[in-house]
Design a protein around this ligand. Structure first.
Ligand SMILES: C[S@@+](CC[C@H](N)C(=O)[O-])C[C@H]1O[C@@H](n2cnc3c(N)ncnc32)[C@H](O)[C@@H]1O
Length: 305
């Protein structure tokens, strides 16, 4: 099955497609570093660095499955007050419609945050795809059910030129965050050091009572009591937000650990700069989730039109 990946980022969606046995023939992003990172991991794919609002869809190859993760910052609850650049982010979703109008791939799979369904133009966007002949199947799937040790709910909108098909969640056993943490590595620092924020110390104090000596601390959220390592980790975002507590020491989650939390292969190449690597990981589709859903689409594709 030939696949095209719009807004390819570092390549979570594409990696899932490869895991499902597909060929990712074309991928695009407007950020050179994203294209370079994607290309380092997917050398067989043709890459284009461009603003997809400006794309000439006649130049992209025919494909069976269009993957797209339009920019989610405009929808995400984490965005804070709504601002004009959020409208610009949200408008990236229209690239899916214009590509579909020109290329008419048999299947389209769009990923975004669940708030995408509350976009004031969502119904119109969906109607535009319907006018092009697509049947639409809307889902929210959580990566925890796909064998990924992370609580990550995402919208997956499946469009098909056949009759309406439904994608299904997997129901694999939950995997604990303890599986991704390596206590023998990393730069640890003492918990009681000058400058540690009061709120962090309070969270650690509460966490100790509930979880014992080892647990996770989450920044930028509502976590007050730390988080057990026996549960999946919370959502990995573009900000470095989880720390690991081990007795009297602590450190931030490493890039390797975040990669495992997302279900990327250990040898997946990311920028050396931690902030950039975490940005790409936090934006990505979990490859095992993508692989499962795309495998379902491959099975549907074998059925006749
Ligand atoms: C949610 S991320 C995609 C993640 C990717 N699917 C993955 O699994 O790794 C959205 C991407 O869209 C890119 N982007 C945002 N606006 C764009 C535009 N107008 N044209 C092309 N790419 C854009 C961003 O740089 C970002 O990498």
């Amino acid at each position: 099955m030939k696949v095209v990946d719009l807004f390819c980022g570092a390549g979570g969606f594409s990696t899932g497609a490869m895991m499902a046995g597909c060929r990712v023939i074309w991928a695009a992003n407007h950020w050179q570093l994203a294209v370079m990172t994607h290309s380092a991991n997917h050398p067989e794919t043709a890459h284009v660095c461009q603003d997809l609002h400006q794309a000439n869809w006649l130049n992209i190859p025919d494909h069976d499955l269009l993957l797209a993760s339009p920019a989610c910052q405009g929808h995400s609850r984490a965005r804070g007050k709504d601002r004009p650049h959020h409208d610009a982010c949200r408008s990236t979703a229209w690239a899916v419609v214009s590509c579909a109008e020109v290329k008419r791939p048999r299947f389209i799979l769009v990923e975004n945050v669940p708030e995408f369904f509350h976009w004031k133009l969502f119904k119109v966007w969906k109607e535009a795809l319907k006018q092009l002949g697509y049947r639409i199947n809307e889902n929210v799937f959580n990566a925890v059910n796909f064998g990924v040790p992370q609580d990550r709910a995402r919208a997956f909108i499946f469009c098909s030129l056949d009759q309406e098909h439904c994608l299904k969640s997997s129901f694999k056993p939950f995997r604990p965050a303890s599986e991704i943490v390596d206590f023998s590595v990393g730069r640890w620092s003492p918990i009681n050091k000058p400058g540690r924020a009061e709120a962090t110390l309070k969270q650690i104090q509460n966490g100790r009572i509930i979880h014992g000596e080892r647990f996770l601390v989450a920044y930028y959220g509502n976590e007050r009591n730390g988080r057990s390592l026996s549960k999946p980790i919370g959502t990995i975002t573009t900000r470095d937000r989880f720390a690991i507590v081990d007795k009297d020491r602590m450190r931030m989650l490493s890039v390797s650990e975040a990669k495992r939390a997302m279900g990327f292969p250990d040898d997946y190449k990311l920028p050396q700069n931690k902030r950039l690597a975490m940005h790409f990981l936090g934006n990505a589709v979990c490859p095992p989730v993508a692989a499962d859903l795309i495998a379902q689409i491959k099975t549907l594709a074998k059925q006749s039109f």
